[in-house]
Design a protein around this ligand. Structure first.
Ligand code: CTP
Length: 392
């Protein structure tokens, strides 16, 4: 598909939906309030002990496992986690253009398994008035943010008020991943898709996937029961976002346990081209594991379904991420599942691919390149002077 077509398509869609989304966001926030009949902030009105409510806000653009890990740590600070998602205008004013619009960002946050509720359309600066509203209306006990400084455009501390009144907690920022880093990778992918020569990135990879990180992301997910109907969904799951959330949600309706096969890097590269995947298989697996609709992942799963895989995992249904079946060495990747009557195709609810998101970035290329140049410099300065900080 020509890149210019993708650019035009993305721009048109984003424009037409912006206003309707702001109204819908307000309606969803109001519905939360109406359901909270006992006013304890938990949105249900059952009169039980009031849980400790934690609030974290942010842009959550191109939601990644660093954001998910922040939400995981924030949730561990209390009983309930409310997340404020900053609106598009505020992000544009304070940080530059977002890649994903407010609705997509809110949906991605809502799908994260550590999130109990989302407040859409919040301001970037946590003003006194908004903080009071968080305490009074939503019963928030603590405001939580990563240990990186968060400054308003005038240079002031965006969390000054909750800090002053002793209602602020800090969690450790996850190193080695950021929206800046992902946008950089998308810029390179987009440039390659447009036929440009792109030099390899020189930056050292800083994220290390440890076994405890994988265990943390698995959380309380239980293994499948003996008679569980296991649904196997497989694909690249690159730059995890709302399109992936939708297919996992659909998969969950087909059984009791969703097992996700995250294809190995080499397979994704073979199928989609040398510039793929944007995120490596361990990063992609963490993105999937943070989703409330996934129970377990196979990291580096084979792209082609085998009888052995179906038997090992006791699979009852196979769902493929791509709407159109794909071939590997001239053979349908799902042929074995189809022959056993297990293959189901779920229509794709939202168009989402690494290439389409790269096209969005290329549409605003100058702005993203300028912002990335700025942020890459400050990130490099941070990594050059960093000292050890223990994660909570
Ligand atoms: N966060 C984190 N680790 C990361 C990235 C973000 O812990 N690698 C935390 C931030 O500290 C914040 C929350 O996630 O508490 C939301 O961050 P966000 O507002 O989306 O933006 P940034 O901090 O700028 O992060 P990024 O550039 O990755 O979007």
């Amino acid at each position: 598909m020509p890149a210019s077509f993708l650019l035009g398509l993305c721009a048109g869609l984003a424009f037409a939906r912006a206003h309707a989304r702001r109204d819908a966001a307000k309606r969803r926030n109001d519905e939360n309030d109406e359901n909270d009949r006992d006013g304890d902030g938990d949105g249900d009105g059952d009169g039980e002990r009031r849980p400790v409510v934690v609030y974290m806000d942010g842009c959550f653009d191109t939601m990644h496992y660093g954001h998910a890990n922040a939400l995981r740590q924030a949730r561990a600070c209390g009983d309930k986690l409310l997340v404020g998602v900053v609106n598009d205008e505020e992000i544009l004013r304070c940080k530059g253009p977002p890649v994903c619009d407010a609705r997509e960002r809110a949906d991605a946050v809502r799908a994260c398994k550590w999130v109990d509720g989302v407040i859409e359309d919040v301001p970037y600066e946590v003003t006194d008035a908004f903080t009071d509203e968080l305490f009074a209306k939503y019963g928030v006990d603590f405001v939580v943010h990563g240990d990186d400084p968060c400054l308003a455009p005038d240079g002031s501390d965006a969390y000054a008020y909750p800090k002053r009144v002793g209602k602020y907690r800090e969690i450790k920022r996850t190193e080695g991943v950021s929206t800046t880093d992902i946008v950089g990778r998308l810029l390179r992918l987009g440039a390659r898709a447009m036929g440009e020569e792109v030099e390899e990135e020189e930056k050292e990879a800083t994220f290390c996937t440890t076994s405890s990180r994988v265990a943390q992301f698995l959380g309380n997910n239980a293994p499948p029961a003996e008679d569980a109907r296991v649904v196997y969904v497989h694909g690249a799951f690159d730059v995890f976002n709302t399109g992936h959330v939708e297919i996992l949600r659909e998969a969950q309706k087909l059984g009791d346990f969703v097992l996700v096969g995250v294809h190995a890097d080499a397979d994704v590269r073979a199928r989609r081209g040398a510039a793929h995947p944007v995120l490596n298989e361990k990063e992609r697996a963490l993105g999937v594991l943070a989703c409330r609709y996934a129970d377990e992942v196979v990291i580096g799963a084979p792209a082609k379904i085998t009888n052995d895989l179906l038997t090992t995992f006791n699979v009852s249904v196979v769902v493929a991420e791509d709407e159109d079946p794909y071939e590997i060495a001239g053979e349908d990747a799902n042929a074995v599942a189809a022959a056993r009557g297990l293959y189901r195709r779920v229509p794709r609810a939202r168009e989402w691919s690494a290439l389409s998101v790269a096209a969005r970035v290329m549409e605003n290329r100058a702005a993203f390149e300028a912002r990335n140049a700025r942020k890459t410099k400050s990130e490099a300065a941070y990594y050059a002077q960093k000292t050890h900080v223990k994660e909570s």
